[in-house]
Write a protein that binds this ligand. Structure first.
Ligand code: URA
Length: 212
């Protein structure tokens, strides 16, 4: 898909989210927060759910956790315009409570569509909720963080602690900076793996051609 087509497809998902009534959060939200960034991004970040600021502005990570996310991106030479940022939930849970399992499963189809459309090289899950959504059977975030996983659906995941964790716990700040520093190497590894997969696919095609 080219840039224009990708933008159009993402807008279609946004319109669907705006009309969504699959869970009760549409009744209490002020704005939907579908996600934003580079539609052709190589990295897709998935946070938890919109907070008060995000609900007001309709944009992901525009509050204090977002400020730290910007610093983390900057620490590896990236800006928001380089990446795409979305959340597990597109509507704010009242009083910033944790997302409920039924809210996560209702909202999941939008995230799936965004992943399919953006087709990033790597999906970075930020925190427990988005990590559990995609890597449910491997252990907790403390065990999984800053390592690369390849799921059967062909997507590469790189879980990290949520940037908000550093707002309540000062030592987490350095841990997150250290973990973020491992992301560029993970992306390079994914690129190598993807080109190996491509070569294997081409080999299969050549074999098939030889059959005829
Ligand atoms: N925390 C999140 O997980 N997402 C946001 O958009 C803001 C804070």
């Amino acid at each position: 898909m080219d840039l224009e087509e990708t933008k159009e497809q993402l807008l279609k998902v946004e319109r669907e989210i705006a009309n969504c009534q699959l869970c009760p959060l549409y009744k209490t939200r002020r704005n939907i927060v579908p996600g934003e960034g580079n539609p052709l991004a190589q990295i897709l970040f998935i946070g938890e759910a919109p907070g008060a600021r995000e609900d007001e502005e309709g944009r992901p990570f525009c509050g204090p956790a977002g400020k730290f996310l910007d610093q983390l991106l900057d620490s590896i030479g990236l800006q928001r315009a380089d990446v795409y940022i979305a959340n597990t939930l597109k509507c704010r849970p009242p009083a910033n409570r944790d997302p409920l399992p039924e809210e996560k499963s209702a909202c999941r189809k939008y995230l799936e569509q965004q992943i399919r459309i953006i087709n990033p090289k790597i999906v970075v899950t930020l925190g427990r909720h988005s990590t559990e959504t995609y890597l449910p059977d491997l252990g907790g975030i403390t065990k999984l963080r800053a390592k690369l996983y390849h799921r059967a659906n062909g997507i590469y995941f790189f879980p990290l602690y949520h940037p908000a964790a550093a707002l309540h716990n000062g030592s987490m700040r350095q841990t997150l900076l250290d973990d973020f520093a491992k992301l560029p190497a993970a992306i390079e590894k994914v690129k190598v793996e993807l080109s190996k997969e491509k070569i294997e696919r081409e080999k299969v095609i050549i074999k098939q051609e030889k059959l005829f």
